[in-house]
Write a protein that binds this ligand. Structure first.
Ligand code: PSU
Ligand code: MN
Length: 307
């Protein structure tokens, strides 16, 4: 995207703008995980704590959102609250961005949109929970998250705990391979399945240090290769959930979605909420912890990338 009049739309806090211009580490964060992925008020507590974790590692957090006709990079406490309180915040993927800006609607950024905004702001590293991917049954529904095309095209490294197995993780990895997106395992050979340390599938490369990951990203972009990377960081052992139990819950959630005719952009939030309800909040605790862990690793990669 060659952006003209970018300053008309991009609103970066002075702290983040300065860090980017001085080549100091910055980590982008998404807001769909807040508005549509977690309940209030746990999401607000999470939003602050995840930023503190990034700061403690010596990087600057940059939570993104679309507010008042601007692509926001860095949110005030009031703005974080706006993203977290139940209300009328939309879910903004790439296709929604121009509509939300032009109509000054307020929206939460998905992985795809956060990558887009981060790259416009000069930020290379982004921490989240899980990425979207190829949905089960995509052969029929064509439901493939725009996150994967963003990874194919936009130069941002995304630290995540893999993806939830409500997706077809095998097809998700095939898709990433086709589009030239490396999948790097953080101190693991296994592709993690969000709540579980392994999906039974393998990452492309196990990488043991944040510095090596930073070096791989640098090499990719110095070569002018477009697109990002999936940096798959498994949930800490003590918070991991049982794979077979989660599989049962997920299967039930998928059946409910089918019965109720849920489709399109509503699918992922519906499934996330159903899983949370069925696990009585146990999944929420795991979700919080894996995201903190991703923020910590992302900050370390960002620090190494700026050396
Ligand atoms: N997966 C999760 N938690 C999330 C999401 C996905 O485990 O919060 C969110 C992310 O913002 C991701 C988006 O980018 O859902 C994907 O939505 P879709 O499948 O509609 O592209
Ligand atoms: Mn979809």
């Amino acid at each position: 995207m060659t952006a003209m009049n970018l300053e008309r739309y991009l609103d970066i806090t002075p702290e983040i703008a300065r860090a980017v211009s001085e080549n100091r580490p910055v980590v982008a964060l998404e807001s769909t995980i807040l508005s549509h992925g977690m309940p209030y008020p746990q999401n607000l507590e999470f939003a602050h704590k995840v930023e503190e974790i990034i700061r403690a590692e010596g990087a600057v957090p940059a939570t993104t959102a679309i507010l008042g006709g601007k692509l926001k990079v860095g949110l005030t406490a009031d703005e974080l609250e706006r993203m977290c309180k139940p209300g009328d915040i939309g879910k903004v993927s790439r296709r929604d961005v121009a509509v939300y800006l032009a109509q000054k609607r307020d929206g939460a950024t998905t992985v795809a949109t956060t990558m887009l905004i981060a790259s416009l702001a000069g930020i290379r590293i982004f921490a989240t929970g899980g990425i979207g991917g190829v949905h089960r049954g995509a052969q029929e529904t064509f439901d493939i998250s725009a996150d994967l095309q963003e990874l194919a095209n936009t130069p941002v490294g995304v630290v995540c705990a893999g993806a939830k197995s409500l997706l077809d993780l095998g097809l998700t990895l095939e898709y990433l391979e086709t589009y030239g997106v490396p999948v790097l395992g953080v101190r693991t050979e296994d592709f993690p399945a969000f709540y579980c340390r392994s999906s039974g599938l393998k990452v492309d490369y196990r990488i043991d240090t944040e510095a090596e990951i930073a070096g791989i990203l640098r090499t990719k972009w110095e070569l002018g290769l477009k697109g990002g990377a999936v940096i798959a960081n498994p949930i800490p052992e003590e918070y991991a959930l049982d794979y077979d139990e989660m599989e049962q819950v997920i299967t039930k959630a998928l059946d409910m979605a089918k019965e109720q005719g849920v489709h399109g952009k509503a699918t992922t939030p519906f499934l996330l909420a159903a899983i949370k309800d069925m696990t009585h909040g146990v999944s929420l605790a795991s979700n919080l912890e894996l995201a903190y862990n991703n923020a910590r690793v992302a900050a370390r990669i960002a620090v190494a990338y700026c050396k």
